[in-house]
Write a protein that binds this ligand. Structure first.
Ligand SMILES: O=C[C@H](O)COP(=O)(O)O
Length: 356
């Protein structure tokens, strides 16, 4: 089976053929470090009527998916200057995150400072980007710290994302979830990362999942909504595929793998399945939905793998922060170390990068 038929749908949607590896190698690197990142440039997804025909017949060919993912390392052929460019681009897509029980306003302010200046000025100058503004895609915090982050990021254009709906388990009452979303929007969050009720997926209650997601989207108003599927708890790739489609159908702006708190978080395999669903959704509706791997994405190498997968599966537009984010608390430190190595030939210790 070819990679084009890796995720089958009962509908008449045809997958775009996968570009050959050589095409990726030959591609110009993503324009590094878009200065004025436009977080929400793409036309916003609009909820579609519930239609189980869009997902009931979905099958995932596991061995084909595994084979496709296994070829990834060979496709990641960006080196040297090109690699530095891709890594700078990756920084613009990071949702720089702190989601810990011991978070404080001071930690959030330091995180925001890092989001504004993610790479040392001397490194940026050596890379030829002295005159470019570079910042992360967003800062992601619990509701309690939204106003702190909004204040710290005022005038920078960096959006604040709030995790919501009883993150990470999502087991608080539905009405409270809606109130939490509304409170974060009132405090200035322009992105809301919601968690779905996993039980709806595990028991096949797709209409309930759809209704829940529509309510979340409606409560968020103009704030963009990232639907966290918690893929590590959904048991099967088929469930991941169906939940992806239902959340997009109900108006999610992004689909996101994980909270970072599950036993298994973002993986290339679930990414492949979710990207194929994004592709199918675009083919059906014309809307481009964003993708956010999150949880355990901590090395520059992994970030590059995800970038290559995005570009191969969905195309160049999905390398930009309006359609691609990486939820990560420590990734930035490794990217900065790799950039320093690129410039100086030496690695610095991790303790020189305490935030990010
Ligand atoms: O959404 C973001 C994740 O919670 C961050 O996970 P991480 O700490 O493993 O990078």
């Amino acid at each position: 089976m070819t990679s084009t038929s890796l995720v089958r749908s009962s509908g008449a949607v045809r997958s775009r053929p996968t570009p050959p590896a050589s095409a990726v190698a030959a591609l110009t690197p993503a324009a590094p470090a878009a200065a004025s990142t436009q977080p929400h440039a793409a036309a916003r997804n609009t909820a579609q009527p519930f239609d189980s025909g869009w997902f009931e017949g979905i099958r995932v060919n596991l061995s084909a998916a595994e084979r496709r993912v296994a070829t990834l390392p060979g496709r990641r052929s960006v080196k040297k200057d090109a690699q530095a460019g891709w890594l700078l681009k990756a920084i613009t897509c990071i949702d720089l995150t702190t989601l810990n029980g011991d978070d404080t306003a001071e930690r959030v302010r330091r995180l925001c400072a890092k989001a504004v200046t993610p790479v040392r000025a001397d490194l940026l100058a050596a890379l030829g980007f002295a005159d470019r503004t570079l910042h992360t895609g967003a800062v992601c915090v619990y509701h309690r710290f939204v106003s702190t982050a909004v204040e710290a990021l005022a005038g920078t254009g960096i959006p604040v994302a709030a995790v919501s709906t009883g993150f990470p388990a999502g087991l608080i009452p539905h009405e409270l979830k809606l109130k939490e979303i509304e409170a974060s929007v009132r405090d200035g969050a322009s992105e809301i990362d919601i968690v779905i009720t996993r039980e709806h997926v595990l028991t096949g209650q797709w209409q309930k999942l759809y209704d829940e997601m529509r309510d979340f989207r409606s409560a968020a108003g103009n704030a963009h909504v990232k639907a966290i599927l918690a893929t590590g708890e959904l048991k099967t790739l088929r469930n991941v595929a169906k939940a992806s489609m239902v959340c997009m159908m109900a108006g999610a702006d992004f689909i996101k793998t994980s909270t970072g708190k599950e036993g298994v978080n973002a993986t290339p395999l679930v990414t492949l399945v979710m990207l194929r669903m994004i592709r199918q959704y675009e083919a059906r509706t014309g809307f481009r939905v964003g993708y956010k791997p999150a949880g355990g994405v901590s090395t520059a190498k992994t970030a590059l793998d995800y970038q290559v997968l995005m570009k191969e599966e969905l195309g160049r537009a999905w390398l930009e922060p309006d359609l691609f984010r990486i939820g990560a608390s420590t990734l930035l430190a490794d990217i900065e170390r790799q950039l320093e190595h690129h410039v100086t030939g030496r690695y610095s210790a991790f303790n020189r990068h305490p935030i990010g």
